[in-house]
Design a binder for this molecule. Structure first.
Ligand code: ASP
Length: 304
């Protein structure tokens, strides 16, 4: 097995009107993506695992208020943040996820703990937070997640004003995929979901196979976009099965699922890495905040 390694990250896909994305703001997005990408890459470079790389990258994006995950998450119609996250280890198809949590500072870490320390795959709401307490996670007030910008977006949406999908962001979900030197693949995704969502709504991100999937020898995938469509299309799993059973290249498989989603009326984007560590980043929206870096020297951060 070749010892190459690679990581890709995303910070959401959606309508990104160029006029709304000032150079100053774009620079901040790029810096945020870069920080996550480089931290994950440094781990891989030092021989670390893909699982640690994607956890670290996503945690950094969760802490960045620009992105719709963790601090700065999109708000429900009641004005609260309800967070979803998932992680998958391509080695033995192990996975962990949490949904509708309100007090866990870094949902991706709780998702990982669910995978590593519980007998379950998906924990939601109060049960997930009880588990977090037992695992000595420090819980934070829901207000921690709420930023002035997200409150403004919620109010605009509730007034019936069209809120751009990304800038300011109603989506902006974050994710990472990686291949480490041992050839292990991993994927992670974290989100606040969609602005003005109904309390209790769960998107595709924490649904294994919809927004997140990884299988060694095949690929690792993290999605962003209109979650209801990604769930119905089982998007991330679709990509992996197209590669594994139909022999499509990862790029063909990602393009195919975007077409399937478009046919259903849904849009968004996906990042993925194949068994050999080649990153693929595609979207059907105006833009997707994204970055990729690999051992061959590729280093790319892009929006459009
Ligand atoms: N997929 C996320 C959701 O529907 C939102 C996003 O990616 O922007 O919850």
């Amino acid at each position: 097995m070749s010892s190459t390694y690679a990581i890709a990250v995303h910070g959401g896909a959606g309508a990104v009107p160029r006029a709304a994305l000032t150079p100053e703001r774009e620079a901040r997005y790029r810096e945020g993506l870069e920080r996550a990408l480089d931290a994950g890459y440094a781990l891989l470079e030092g021989g670390g695992s893909s699982l640690d790389a994607v956890t670290t990258a996503v945690r950094i994006l969760e802490d960045d208020p620009l992105f719709n995950a963790g601090h700065g998450a999109a708000l429900t119609r009641d004005g609260a943040a309800e967070l979803d996250a998932a992680i998958m280890d391509g080695r033995q198809l192990r996975a962990g996820a949490v949904a509708s949590v309100r007090h866990v500072r870094n949902p991706i870490e709780l998702a990982r703990r669910v995978m590593e320390k519980s007998r379950h795959v998906l924990l939601v709401g109060a049960g997930a937070e009880e588990f977090a307490l037992e695992e000595k996670f420090q819980l934070v007030p829901n207000l921690y997640f709420r930023t002035a910008e997200r409150v403004e977006q919620l109010e605009a949406e509730q007034r019936g004003a069209r809120v751009s999908d990304l800038v300011p962001s109603t989506r902006g979900t974050v994710g990472a995929v990686a291949r480490d030197t041992a050839g292990n693949l991993a994927a992670a995704t974290s989100t606040g979901g969609m602005t003005n969502k109904r309390p209790g709504r769960v998107g595709d991100s924490p649904i294994i196979g919809a927004g997140t999937y990884a299988k060694n020898g095949v690929c690792a995938v993290s999605a962003t976009g209109h979650g209801e469509y990604f769930i119905r299309a089982v998007a991330a799993h679709h990509v992996c099965t197209a590669v594994e059973y139909r022999g499509l290249s990862l790029e063909q498989a990602v393009r195919e699922v975007l077409q399937v989603l478009s046919g259903m009326g849904g849009d968004g984007g996906l990042i993925a890495v194949d068994r050999d560590g080649v990153p693929v980043m595609q979207f059907s929206t105006d833009g997707m905040f994204r970055g990729a870096r690999d051992a061959g020297g590729r280093r790319e951060i892009a929006v459009y």
